[in-house]
Write a new protein. Structure first.
Length: 398
């Protein structure tokens, strides 16, 4: 009956993580999977999240199905987090928001929505992007293309080439953009570049689709929402999927949202209705527990302040690891510029290492990174960062 079905090749990052778990070497180092670890190498349990969960559990009560679009308090809190409570788009009711099963669920609901209501539109993603972006949009029946993004020569952004490509796209093309902390490169546009990019998106009538999975890990919660707020202020209609997996360390709770900024409240109501229909055909409604933890953190003033402090400490720890990696590599490999580790932002960086060098690093030194050379900087800590840098230097020196 099923002999015609090919085997699943496996997700490259998750498969690499499985190989790491099987490695018997005691000093192995895992820089592959996109999870924030603390300096002891553990997934943190944030105090603000722990208190919020205790409050949610203490309320007790029945557990009915949530509305298709999710809990109203979470949806309102998401809009205020992304755009600010006083933003015109929030006050005028022209944002349609659903609670989703992680930001991956939001991305897929948006992809299905686009496939239905923007027939003929194609999707353009950065080169490179998170592997699952292409899979989700192609899985919805959409054609996926790439636009220039990462410059391996500088470790920075091919901004001129990116703009030139976007200027040549047909109207209503979908342009996937990372709002901050680009995965996998860590390379982001500056504010000035966003300000130059947004008029192109508006004038060409392109439809931005923002992925904001790492709000707070770049320059801070407010600063990392710059692109979303600037697009909304400019009158651009766009999609934005956001996640709380990393920022609240609630990976398995699958807490996310999808918002669509529309020209008017009337159109937002139409979009929300069709997004609900799309959800109904997929998973029917989101879960209660994790969403209420997030909503409690975002709406309780004391917990919100505590969360921002904890998230800030996570951001600073990643920055400290970047600086240490940069310092050791610069000392061990004189003549080579590693400044891109300091300019790239968030949990990820492209190291510039080749596939052969990545394989040698894993096989000889027990340091695991994705074969593209991407590392999760949050996998570094005070106990392994120097060993990682020394190993990288040895491989780079050849």
């Amino acid at each position: 009956m099923f002999e015609h079905i090919p085997p699943f090749a496996g997700d490259p990052i998750l498969s690499l993580n499985e190989d790491f778990q099987k490695d018997p070497r005691p000093n192995k180092i895992n820089l592959s999977i996109g999870i924030y670890f603390d300096d002891a190498g553990r997934i943190p349990v944030m105090d603000s999240v722990k208190q919020a969960e205790q409050m949610v559990v203490a309320k007790g009560g029945p557990k009915p199905y949530l509305p298709i679009e999710g809990a109203a308090n979470l949806r309102a809190a998401v809009q205020q987090l992304l755009f600010g409570a006083d933003h015109e788009a929030v006050r005028s009711g022209r944002i349609a928001t659903i609670q989703s099963v992680g930001s991956s669920g939001g991305l897929k609901i948006g992809a299905d929505f686009i496939a239905t209501w923007f027939k003929g539109s194609q999707v353009w993603v950065s080169d490179p992007t998170w592997d699952n972006h292409r899979s989700m949009f192609e899985g919805a029946g959409l054609t996926v293309n790439t636009y220039p993004y990462y410059d391996p020569a500088t470790g920075g952004l091919k901004f001129a080439q990116m703009l030139a490509t976007l200027r040549g796209l047909p109207s209503r093309s979908i342009v996937l953009l990372h709002a901050c902390c680009h995965n996998p490169t860590g390379v982001d546009p500056t504010r000035a570049q966003w300000d130059e990019l947004i008029p192109v998106l508006r004038e060409r009538q392109l439809i931005p689709y923002l992925d904001l999975a790492y709000q707070g890990f770049g320059d801070g919660i407010e600063a990392d929402a710059y692109a979303a707020r600037a697009l909304a202020t400019a009158g651009v209609s766009f999609f934005i999927a956001n996640s709380f997996s990393k920022s609240m360390s609630v990976y398995g709770e699958r807490c996310g949202a999808l918002s669509v900024v529309c020209p008017s409240a009337r159109e937002a109501a139409l979009v929300l209705g069709q997004m609900k229909f799309t959800v109904r055909r997929n998973y029917s409604s989101p879960p209660i527990h994790g969403g209420q933890i997030v909503a409690t953190v975002l709406t309780d003033p004391a917990l919100r302040q505590s969360w921002e402090v904890e998230l800030g400490a996570m951001r600073e720890r990643i920055l400290a690891m970047r600086k240490k990696l940069h310092a050791v590599l610069s000392a061990k490999v004189p003549g080579r510029n590693f400044d891109y580790f300091l300019t790239q932002r968030g949990m990820f960086s492209y190291t510039g290492m080749t596939i052969a060098q990545v394989d040698t690093l894993r096989e000889t030194h027990g340091v695991y990174m994705v074969r593209s050379g991407r590392i999760c900087v949050a996998g570094l800590n005070s106990s392994n960062v120097e060993a990682t840098a020394v190993a990288m230097a040895a491989v780079l020196a050849g």
